[in-house]
Design a protein around this ligand. Structure first.
Ligand code: IMP
Ligand code: MG
Length: 184
């Protein structure tokens, strides 16, 4: 089935599991411990890239033991489909300046890398002390922009995944595990 076919087909009610709740929870704890160790008591601004990262960022924030602020940035690069448009649109900007701060950009998934590349360029213009990237998932086979991923949950094959914040056409964000959309 083509990627377009995937979105036109009826939604399966239970996408096939790729990563279980337990696997995700264990990895998020490990990432939190690593970040806590690396920043060594420095204050951190966690930037949650909406909407897909809201579940991951909520769990990750609670696994980090640092003086932490959480900021939200709304981004859109997809229409209703499963292919990125390649054009990144900011739908909601940060509500506080990030100048002189240590910023950790939290992404649900890095696919082509275009979104994170765009955001890194944008953030650098705002004078933060440092900017690093933490992504739950990475699909290296589809990279179109090289982006540094400082903290990574899992590398996955090129399938369209949903759940734990990730959606297709706005649905499945509330699935507690990461599942695969059939035929993708
Ligand atoms: P990129 O700009 O191609 O790296 O795409 C990044 C964004 O595309 C992610 O933050 C997701 O919102 C979305 N995305 C990419 N692959 C998937 C997927 O398999 N499932 C759900 N969303 C995805
Ligand atoms: Mg996203």
């Amino acid at each position: 089935m083509t990627r377009l076919g995937v979105i036109l087909a009826p939604m399966p009610s239970r996408p096939a599991p790729m990563l279980s709740e337990e696997q995700i929870a264990r990895r998020v704890r490990e990432l939190g411990a690593q970040i806590t160790h690396d920043y060594a008591d420095r204050a951190l601004a966690l930037v949650c890239v909406l909407k897909g990262s809201f579940v991951f960022a909520a769990d990750l924030a609670r696994a980090i033991e640092l003086p932490l602020r959480v900021e939200f940035l709304g981004v859109r690069s997809y229409g209703a489909g499963t292919e990125t448009s390649g054009v990144v649109q900011i739908t909601q900007d940060l509500s506080h300046p990030i100048e002189h701060q240590h910023v950790l950009l939290v992404e649900d998934i890095i696919d082509t890398g275009l979104t994170v590349a765009y955001l890194m360029d944008l953030f650098r213009t705002r004078g933060p002390a440092t900017v690093r990237v933490c992504a739950l998932l990475h699909k290296p086979s589809r990279a179109r922009a090289q982006v540094p991923i400082d903290y990574l949950g899992f590398t996955i094959e090129d399938r369209f995944v949903v759940g734990y914040g990730l959606d297709v056409g706005g649905l499945y964000r509330n699935l507690p595990y990461i599942g695969v959309i059939e035929g993708s």
